[in-house]
Design a binder for this molecule. Sequence first.
Ligand code: NCD
Length: 458
Amino acid sequence: MALPQQRPILITGGRVIDPANGRDGIFDVLIADGEIKAVDQSIPAGSLDGAVRVIHAGGLVVCPGFIDIHTHLREPGFEYKETIATGAAAAARGGFTTICAMPNTDPAIDNAAVVDYIANRAASVPARVRVFGCVTKQRAGRELADMEELISAGVVAFSDDGDPVYDAGLMRLALTYSRDLGVPISNHCEDHELCPGGVMAEGWVSSRLGLAGIPAVAEEAMVARDISLAELTGGRLHVAHLSSAGSVAMVRQAKERGIPVTAEVCPHHLLLTDAWALGGKGDPNVAAGPLAYDTYTKVYPPLRTETDVAACVAGLADGTIDCVATDHAPHERVSKECTYHEAAFGISVLETALGTLMSAVHNGDVSLPTMIERLTTGPARVLGNGLSQYTALTPGTPADLTLFDPDAAWTVDVNQFASMGRNTPLDGVELRGRVAATIAGGRLVFEEPAVLNKGETA
Ligand code: NCD
């Protein structure tokens, strides 16, 4: 991300929540030359030269820009689903200033040339783009990718996401390298043998719809295997899109035993249940429209039960789960306008993430500063590779910030998305909590005038 600089920005009167510096209060923030220049109780605009843009942020939260360590940008290979440019624009609308491109592209990100290609394509988009490399060559699960070459090219972690690292011996080897290289292995935990043909969570909804189920144990069996391998090797295991109560319990216990494991949870697994597959936006008594179900709810891992949702929320609140990650998985329309079995797995998440997450805050289950921590310092800690400079509102550091109204109610309209992926079951649903502005590298990369105006008039 190397965009031309803009004039200085002075943000006044917002509630600054800066978990890295333990700050939560009303402050002014001055940004110039791409950096945070000052954070103070009062920075008079008169003391600055007239070219400064003043944003009155009364009633808004001002915090470090969100970091997403699980974003499917689809480029190269699937540009009809998303491009790096449209994904980055969606990130800016969602308040994310750093996103991590997942390697299930075509070609897959298993060599330095593909990493370089992505870095070039990301040079002038409105978000910082970091890259995950494949664990195995072509994500085929047979032979490790050249992890050292990929690290030299700049990858920040490894994953075969979309598929698990199925072979336990290979996973052991990858974790051993990860220990020595200091970079995590993020695994998509799914034991195929336990869910042949499964398309949604196994339970009463899958029975009612006559759809093949995916039991929670398909995730949990591999989480258990991977925790054992992390203990054996000392390698850094990261559990991607963790979604079941059993997985949360295992990660909690592993951490208590000092095993090097981290985990992420997606916004949809903190709010939606398998009942959403019935097509009534979560109301089990409302039948779907022309189809018997809503294919936009098809996602991996599947939406599960209330118990699983509650366990994920509790795990995020108590730190068992280190961070939120969107698993933004954009798909073209035809891959969802079909039968549930044929539909692609995945939800477009970047632009609804904050509104979805804020329900856990409004319900009193996760405090607002904790939620912000899980979107900033939390993901940076998982990668442990220098993203921390983007997670603190400290003078002298790059100015990546998100401004949002925690209370603004709005209705999701996929036609407004910057993402090419309009695949979300939340279309038409009212959420509370909306991004007002996103600043990346000192540059205002997104502003929503209707929300920013609240600060102007507060
Ligand atoms: C992801 C995709 O479409 O790439 N789909 C999904 O349902 N989450 C793959 C993945 O993250 O498992």
